[in-house]
Ligand binder design. Structure first.
Ligand code: C2E
Ligand code: CA
Ligand code: CA
Length: 592
């Protein structure tokens, strides 16, 4: 020890101010415990490095916190105390803007309350009986360091769950990479998890989060290796941007993880290679996304590369989007109708129809909805198109009611995007009013996948519509989102089996047990079943035997323009008339 050090340490021993000033470096700890012995013990361990404040119960602690929150670096909080317990302190701190960020280390003898405390915002916990002094010191230092990091991390840039960049910041960083490497060939990569929502449903959100963190860590390591960057775009979708790679199967292999068979995680990748620099960053990732979408549903092919065909499709989609307003104005969209038949009668009887839109394009001719509906769902134009279709349908229904006078309904497709529209119910109400229709005349087909996303909101919207008297059919049932055991919670009036069901069941070597099961459950729940995509007589008769109520498909008719549809209405009118005459005859016979 040289002279100066000696003088300093001597001064410290005698000068309390200097002593405090030095201690301040590590901060002030508020120890909250009702037992004096505990307070003294903690103080003895920590006072060398920190200033210590004491409180005997939650109330005193809150008083101190309210007045001196600025200077308190950490709270060590006992859970069990008279007057006001620790959980309550945590709650009150969480409710106050100024106290929310003060880190709390909880002391508990009860292992079970850990989770609760962490949820309430505690940064860590110490268990009683107390561990060794060194362990306590380390935990305290760690908690303080952690809370400092928390404050430094900018949550507008960083995704809290995975610690990865968020999308916007990622795009900014990608632009910087471009600037610094103007000549380099770069790849835009999208990675997501096959059927992630199923993992969430089956194993719970905590497990799902763990999977996301694991994938995030793997991707971060890869990005480091490749000199690139990654982000979590949303949910289970990740973006990466790095110099061009040749073999993505290897990359996929390195990224893959997951335990045994049913818990293993299948990844899916879409790559837009050697990006065009003139294209803005978002568009580059749209392309990678299209490539990823191409491999959707194919379990054995998990890497998709953006190709020339996709490029052509993109050009077509841009064109259709641009032409949409004009097309709507010029009535290029025409509604076709496909009949639905009641097959549980002696002979099939026309029951209703589904309205399906077509685009009669001035140069391309008839364009099917599979080309433009997914596009319009993506870019939001669907809500406008749907309203147009609903209006056309309502007008048609009014006209047919007048000329045929039969009991008849038409269903319209309601997209997932429509479900978020607060004016949805208002629009339907005005439409019915304008065309003097009943609520049950227009049936709403809501695709099963709409229930999968924000299911609570969709369920409440559908419930409200049904309370008003509308009928709702669950469309495309069986495409993999909702499970059978959720059916009873769904507010629906009919179940529309997806045509894949029918296809699978009638494939050689297959059987109809699954359809049978669905029909049985629906029967039990008192929900009629509609089979879609029915193409053969065999299918109709088997479905009839299984108790399926209604059928729609090429066996009866493709979707056709309104004037062609009218012969079905004529037929139906005849049947009604015969039935009426027969009933009259029976009445007369009875009376005789
Ligand atoms: P979707 O609602 O599942 O409609 C049934 C589709 O199956 C129709 O295709 C129909 O033509 C086809 N289909 C019916 N029976 C058979 C059959 O026996 N065999 C085969 N192979 N196919 C059959 P479409 O008209 O091309 O419509 C495709 C999808 O586009 C519809 O699927 C629906 O999701 C959407 N869509 C059509 N019109 C509209 C609309 O106005 N609004 C909205 N939001 N979506 C619409
Ligand atoms: Ca439909
Ligand atoms: Ca369908």
């Amino acid at each position: 020890m040289d002279m100066r050090e000696f003088v300093d340490s001597a001064k410290r021993m005698f000068d309390p101010d200097m002593k405090r000033a030095e201690k301040k470096k590590n901060g002030t700890i508020l120890v909250v415990d009702d037992e004096l012995a505990n307070r003294l013990k903690l103080a003895a361990i920590l006072e060398e490095e920190y200033d210590i404040l004491f409180a005997e119960n939650g109330r005193q602690a809150m008083d101190l916190l309210m007045h001196r929150s600025e200077e308190i670096t950490l709270v060590i909080l006992d859970l069990r105390m008279p007057v006001m317990g620790g959980t309550r302190v945590l709650r009150e701190m969480k409710a106050r803007e100024t106290l929310r960020k003060v880190p709390v280390l909880v002391v508990t003898a009860d292992k079970n309350s850990e989770v609760e405390c962490l949820r309430l915002g505690a940064i860590d916990f110490l268990t009683k009986p107390y561990p060794a002094d060194e362990v306590i010191k380390a935990r305290v230092a760690h908690a303080i360091a952690l809370s400092r990091d928390r404050k430094i991390i900018d949550f507008s840039k960083i995704d809290a769950l995975t610690g990865l960049y968020k999308r916007d910041y990622f795009f900014q960083s990608a632009a910087k990479i471009d600037q610094q490497n103007p000549e380099k060939n770069m790849d835009a990569v999208v990675v997501d998890i096959h059927h992630f929502h199923v993992i969430n449903e089956l194993y719970g959100k905590l497990y799902g989060d763990k999977v996301l963190r694991q994938l995030g860590a793997k991707l971060t390591a890869k990005a480091k290796q490749f000199n690139g960057i990654v982000c979590r775009k949303e949910a289970d979708s990740f973006f990466a941007y790095w110099p061009h790679r040749e073999n993505y199967l290897h990359v996929l292999n390195d990224l893959s993880f997951g335990g045994g068979d049913d818990t293993s995680v299948h990844l899916r990748m879409g790559i837009y290679e050697n990006v065009e620099r003139s294209l803005d960053i978002e568009r580059r990732f749209d392309r990678a996304q299209s490539a990823a979408n191409k491999v959707r549903g194919t379990l054995y092919k998990a890497v998709g590369i953006y190709t020339h065909d996709m490029h052509e499709k993109e050009i077509l989609e841009d064109k259709l989007t641009e032409e949409f307003p004009r097309a709507l104005q010029d009535n290029q969209f025409i509604v076709y109708y496909q009949p639905k038949f009641d097959i549980q009668q002696e002979k099939p009887v026309l029951y209703g129809a589904e309205a399906l839109v077509r685009w009669i394009h001035p140069t391309k001719g008839l364009v099917g909805p599979n080309v433009f509906i997914p596009l319009f769902e993506k870019n939001g134009l669907i809500t406008e198109l749907d309203r147009y279709v609903w209006r056309q349908t309502a007008a048609q229904l009014r006209a047919w009611k007048e000329s045929y006078g039969i009991d008849f309904r038409i269903s319209v497709n309601v997209s997932r995007e429509d479900m978020g529209d607060p004016q949805l119910t208002g629009f339907f109400e005005r439409l019915l009013d304008e065309y003097k229709l009943e609520h049950g005349d227009m049936v709403l087909e809501i695709t099963e996948s709409a229930y999968a996303g924000d299911s609570k909101r969709v369920i409440s919207t559908v419930s409200r519509l049904r309370e008003m008297g509308y009928l709702a059919e669950m469309d495309d049932f069986g495409t993999g989102y909702s499970s059978l055991n959720m059916l009873h919670q769904m507010p629906i009036d009919a179940l529309k089996l997806d045509m894949q069901f029918i296809r699978d069941a009638f494939r050689p070597g297959s059987d109809t047990r699954l359809i049978q099961l669905v029909i049985e459950i629906a029967k039990y729940l008192n929900i009629p079943v509609i089979a879609e995509g029915v193409e053969t007589y065999e299918q109709v008769s088997v479905l009839k035997d299984l108790g399926c109520d209604y059928v729609q498909g090429y066996y009866f008719s493709k979707p056709i323009p309104a004037h062609e549809f009218e012969h079905f209405l004529e037929e139906r009118k005849k049947i009604d008339k015969q039935l009426h005459l027969k009933q009259e005859d029976e009445r007369i016979e009875c009376n005789v």
